[in-house]
Design a protein around this ligand. Structure first.
Ligand code: CA
Length: 244
């Protein structure tokens, strides 16, 4: 039995320029035993992250100067920071916003105003996903042709070259690799990869999964074609004949 990581050991960076919201988030998470640091700008966020990598970042989208979108784009483009889980906040209600955030590599999304309880649940769900992926792996390596997933170190190699995947993309690929040849519905993927229970509209579910699959496919290059769409149902990974 592996000793579970207590939330007390975990550090969360909150990037939010609205003092009331930043204070509310810090209060809630501190109460839950997290160590919380708050900064007000994207530039300060990058400074803090490179000084010490946090366990999770809560990133407001609308920030003065360097926007949340720019911050996450930079984080995802650097192998040192690409796997930090990011929960994005937006003031806008439009679904497109949520979708764009996912496209940029956010692991989850919260629309303001949100309830403190919802925030805590989402933060824990994202952290659990990352921990489960590490703990359950036990040094396992999944292989398919030129693709190699090291579950313990969270690395993916394609033809020997390291691929930079977000934590969510990693879990998605892991789920597809583990159940290769079998179709998984979007609902199953949401449960397995996103730890979602219910309560999300079908349209959002569909868009969330589809967006991540699209990004994963493009990162996988020619191997991306192995992820097949099963129309009106979900996805499966089909490894071509002759590939070990
Ligand atoms: Ca803001």
């Amino acid at each position: 039995m592996q000793q579970s990581n207590t939330s007390a050991a975990q550090r969360i960076l909150v990037v939010e320029d609205e003092p009331d919201i930043a204070a509310l988030i810090a209060y809630q998470l501190t109460r839950e035993g997290f160590r919380v640091e708050t900064v007000e700008s994207g530039t300060d966020a990058l400074g803090s992250i490179y000084r010490s990598i946090p366990n999770l970042i809560i990133l407001d989208r609308m920030l003065p100067g360097l926007s949340g979108d720019e911050v996450i784009t930079r984080l995802r483009g650097d192998s040192e920071t690409s796997s930090i889980p990011v929960l994005m906040l937006t003031a806008k209600r439009e679904q497109e916003d949520r979708i764009e955030g996912f496209e940029l590599g956010a692991d989850d999304y919260l629309t303001k105003p949100f309830s403190p309880r919802e925030l805590v649940l989402r933060v824990k769900a994202v952290l659990r996903r990352v921990q489960d992926a590490g703990a359950a792996s036990g040094g396992r390596v999944l292989r398919a042709g030129p693709l190699r997933m090291d579950l313990a170190s969270h690395r993916v190699l394609l033809e020997g070259r390291e691929l930079i995947l977000t934590p969510t993309e990693f879990r998605l690929l892991e789920s597809l690799m583990e159940r290769r040849g079998r179709t998984q519905s979007r609902k199953q993927l949401l449960e397995r990869v996103w730890s979602y229970q219910s309560g999300i509209s079908d349209r959002i579910q569909t868009r969330t999964v589809d967006m991540h699959v699209r990004r994963l496919r493009s990162k996988l290059g020619r191997v991306g074609g192995w992820i097949e769409t099963v129309r009106g149902f979900g996805y499966r990974l089909v490894i071509p004949e002759g590939v070990e």
